[in-house]
Design a protein around this ligand. Structure first.
Ligand code: BG6
Length: 515
């Protein structure tokens, strides 16, 4: 098979991660234990971790290096019991250290600096630093300010001219436009925008990355990819979990719109709706995504929001055979909470390509199963030949399954074998697992490597985050600041959401795709 050597070369160069010291703030938290360290360990297991990489965990709790390593080992053994490898862990964990400090204590950062320099001296003297801000969001400002004040926002002493210091910032990136702008100022006061990596782990998912390949590396989709041929688009993110593990404390301050729509789902929508970028550089891609976010039709006032957005909370029900309590009775949730555990939106994109095409987006907790998918519903053909009354399952639908059971399917009409002319809807299905013979790597593996490679394509830029907040803020204002706010609907845990969300589509003659 012919390969394009220039493309291969280019991809190779784009993704060459460099060795560094990764400093994780919030090192005793769940994210570090369940996602970040397992991702680094998996990369080490397949030989993709740059040699000489070190990790320093920074957190408030008193711990020795040994205790920190033991805690991490316990979780990794639990997550991957069959693939855990003693020797590999031994080699990996020798390069993992712990530094105890309060996040607000400048001295702790001075201490970190000494520790870093000491570790860098033992290493290959590269001096690259990757600061990963994964603490509770209330400490993001303190961490970034103190990194600046301790002079940690630069490579280690004696490092070469190409050495770097970068910051990866976890979500939530602010709670509204104002706080996001403030955080952006703080970040950019400490690190250049080109050194700043705002995580949206959905962008690290293989299936999300494949959206651009599907659209722009195939000649058959793009000519159809507009209001000329597309009737509607649906993006669904269903979860079958509630507020387990004390999550209610955070979630009740956020809600479905801020927790998932502002970031993950608007990112997916941008990838579906964007124009082809001029090139695959980080800014080339992000410029096009920002244009989509800037074209979202704003919803002004309670009436517009009420007509286009449904918010709801789950009541008691049964999920996966287990009894589930109502949202308001969940641990660490305010019993009078007005935070939505479900949201459905009809979004309009005011540009030439998408004029008149509704994008229906929904996200809910305690639904019957975990699944994220995007479906593109094409217009019906003229009903002149087959004299059929269009039914919704007779439409051509392209489904991109983001997770689980990653893949893409296309639904079309086919003649049922036999003498009569009868048609049935059939499905062509591509599955990652069968076609590629292997599962997709965890999103964090790819994102960590990209940050080490200096490739920000899969990270949100400052203007992306702010434009997304602008859109979301108008809805939050209508819910929480207007005199006659749109109502909070209800759905039983284990159901597919409130009736009001079905009505949102019925009004347009559509219905949600069954997952
Ligand atoms: C997080 C949200 O960003 O994404 C969670 O805060 C959500 O509420 C999670 O459950 C979903 O991620 P994934 O990768 O499991 O779909």
């Amino acid at each position: 098979m012919d390969t394009n050597p220039f493309l291969e070369e280019d991809l190779h160069i784009r993704h060459r991660p460099e060795s560094c010291t990764v400093v994780i703030f919030g090192a005793t938290g769940d994210l570090t234990h369940r996602k970040l360290i397992p991702a680094l360990y998996n990369l080490a297991a397949v030989g993709n971790l740059p040699p000489g990489l070190k990790v320093i965990g920074f957190a408030r709790r008193e711990k020795t290096d040994e205790e920190f390593r033991d805690g991490l080992e316990e979780v990794i053994r639990e997550i991957s019991p069959t693939t855990f490898n003693e020797q590999l862990w031994q080699n990996f964990s020798e390069n993992v250290f712990y530094h105890q400090s309060e996040f607000q204590d400048l001295e702790g950062y001075e201490g970190l600096k000494e520790r870093l320099e000491e570790i860098e001296k033992q290493g290959r003297g590269i001096g690259n630093r990757l600061f990963y801000v994964a603490s509770a969001p209330g400490f993001f400002d303190d961490i970034l300010l103190h990194l600046h004040d301790a002079g940690l926002n630069r490579p280690g002493p004696g490092a070469g001219v190409d050495a770097w210091a970068r910051a990866v910032v976890e979500k939530p990136f602010g709670t509204d436009l104002k706080t996001a702008q403030h955080l952006n100022r703080v970040v950019n006061n400490t690190f250049q925008e080109s050194e700043t990596y705002r995580i949206d782990h959905y962008l690290g998912k293989e299936t999300a990355q494949n959206i651009m390949v599907l659209r722009f590396a195939n000649a058959i989709f793009e000519p159809l990819w507009s209001n000329q041929h597309i009737e509607q688009v649906q993006i669904t993110c269903a979860e079958n979990l509630g507020m387990e593990g004390g999550r209610g404390a955070y979630y009740d301050t956020a809600g479905a719109l801020r927790d998932m729509v502002q970031n993950h789902l608007l990112q997916l929508l941008s990838l579906i709706a964007m124009e082809p970028p001029t090139d695959l550089s980080a800014d080339g891609v992000r410029d096009e995504k920002v244009k989509v976010l800037r074209s979202l039709r704003p919803m002004n006032g309670a009436e517009e929001v009420g007509g286009n957005v449904v918010r709801a909370q789950y009541t008691a029900g049964v999920v996966d055979g287990d009894e589930a309590v109502a949202y308001r009775r969940e641990d660490r949730v305010n019993p009078g909470s007005m935070t939505e555990s479900y949201v459905a939106l009809k979004i309009r994109i005011d540009n030439w390509r998408w004029e008149g095409v509704p994008f229906y987006v929904r996200m809910g907790k305690q639904l019957p199963k975990k699944a994220t998918e995007i479906s593109i519903h094409f217009k019906q053909p003229p009903a002149v030949l087959f004299n059929t009354v269009p039914e919704s399952d007779s439409e051509n639908v392209l489904v991109i399954r983001i997770q689980p059971n990653e893949g893409i399917s296309l639904r079309m009409q086919s003649k049922l074998p036999g003498p009569a002319l009868r048609m049935e809807s059939v499905k062509m299905d591509f599955q990652y697992a069968t076609s590629f013979g292997k599962g997709s790597p965890e999103a964090y593996e790819r994102l960590l490597l990209d940050a080490m490679a200096g490739d920000a394509t899969l990270f949100a830029r400052r203007d992306e985050v702010e434009n997304a907040w602008k859109f979301v803020d108008a809805i939050e204002d209508a819910w929480h600041k207007s005199e006659a706010p749109p109502k909070m609907a209800e759905y039983p845990a284990g159901s597919w959401g409130p009736q009001e969300a079905d009505e949102l589509l019925h009004r347009d003659g559509h219905r949600w795709r069954r997952l």
